[in-house]
Ligand binder design. Structure first.
Ligand SMILES: C[S@@+](CC[C@H](N)C(=O)[O-])C[C@H]1O[C@@H](n2cnc3c(N)ncnc32)[C@H](O)[C@@H]1O
Length: 247
C-alpha cells in the first residue's frame, strides 16, 4: 500500500516518486533545519528527545534512524545514549546526509526504508521521523523494520497527522498549506525550500489514515502496535518485534 496516492502534479507513476523525493530533499537540505526550527516554534529538538525517552530509548541500545535527514532525531538520540557510536543513520538523500554528517559521529548509510542494507536482527530500537509518507510501500517498509529489529526490539515512527476536528483541520490546512510555504520562501529566498514545504503539506493532506498504518504494522508481524497522539497533531506509532517462544 502506498502511504498516499500518486501526486500527479509532481510525478506520473509510483516508480517515479523516489527520484522526485530525492531531488526535493537534496535541493532543500541546506534550509531544512532552519525551516523546521521556526515552523514548529522551536519545539523540534526537545520534542524529539522527550518522545525518544518516553518510548524507552536507553543507553546501550543499538539504534537505526531511518530517514535520518539532517540528523534531527539522531542528534537527540545521541544525547540519551551518551554516544553516537551505536547509531546508524539511513537516508536516500546524499544532500540531507551531508548535513547530518557535520553534526554527529554516527554510521551513515545511503539507502531506503524499503530495502535496508543491514543484516537481520541487528537493532534494539528503530526510529523514523516525519518520513513515512515518502516510502513507496508500507508493507515493504514494515517488513524491513521487522527483519532488522532484534526480537524484543522496538520501533517509533513520528508523523504529523491532520487533526480530526473541523476548526483545527481548517487551521492546519491554512498553516501548512499556505502560511508555512509562503514564510519559507520569504525567509530563505529559496524556491527549493518552499517546494519542499509545499510537498510536506500535500503528502500530509493525502496520507492514508492512522488506522491503515496500524493495520500495516500488524500485518508485518509486529506486536504491541499503538498510536499515541500529542496535541491532536503529532502521531507516535510504536510496535515491538515479538520474541519467538523458547524451545
Ligand atoms: C522531512 S525529512 C525528515 C528528517 C528527520 N527524520 C527529521 O526528523 O526531521 C524526510 C526524510 O525522508 C527521507 N526519505 C525519503 N524517502 C525515503 C525512503 N524511501 N526511505 C528512507 N528515507 C526516505 C528524505 O530524504 C528526507 O531526508
Amino acid at each position: 500500500m502506498l502511504p498516499h496516492p500518486t501526486l500527479a502534479a509532481h510525478y506520473a507513476t509510483p516508480e517515479a516518486k523516489p527520484e522526485f523525493v530525492n531531488r526535493l530533499f537534496d535541493r532543500g537540505a541546506k534550509h531544512y533545519d532552519s525551516v523546521v526550527d521556526w515552523g514548529f516554534l522551536r519545539s523540534g529538538a526537545s520534542y524529539r528527545r522527550w518522545t525518544l525517552q518516553q518510548h524507552g530509548l536507553r543507553p546501550g541500545a543499538h539504534l537505526l534512524d531511518v530517514a535520518c535527514g539532517t540528523g534531527l532525531v539522531a542528534v537527540e538520540a545521541a544525547k540519551i545514549l551518551g554516544t553516537a557510536e551505536n547509531i546508524t543513520c539511513l537516508d536516500p538523500s546524499a544532500g540531507m546526509l551531508a548535513v547530518a554528517r557535520t553534526k554527529l559521529a554516527a554510521h551513515f548509510v545511503l539507502g531506503r526504508a524499503e530495502e535496508i542494507p543491514a543484516p537481520d536482527n541487528t537493532f534494539d530500537f528503530l526510529t523514523m521521523g516525519y518520513a513515512l509518507r515518502h516510502v513507496t510501500s508500507l508493507e515493504e517498509t514494515f517488513a524491513e523494520y521487522h527483519r532488522v529489529l532484534k526480537p524484543g526490539g522496538k520501533l517509533l515512527i513520528l508523523e504529523v497527522t491532520k487533526p480530526a476536528g473541523r476548526v483545527s483541520a481548517w487551521f492546519f490546512r491554512l498553516y501548512f498549506g499556505r502560511i508555512y510555504p509562503f514564510l519559507t520562501r520569504l525567509f530563505t529566498r529559496s524556491r527549493d525550500a518552499r517546494d519542499m514545504m509545499r510537498y510536506y503539506w500535500e503528502t500530509m493532506d493525502a496520507c492514508v489514515p492512522p488506522a491503515a498504518v496500524l493495520a500495516a504494522l500488524e500485518g508485518a508481524g509486529l506486536t504491541a502496535v499503538k498510536r499515541h497522539i500529542v496535541l491532536g497533531l503529532f502521531s507516535e506509532y510504536t510496535a515491538v518485534k515479538p520474541v519467538p517462544p523458547a524451545g
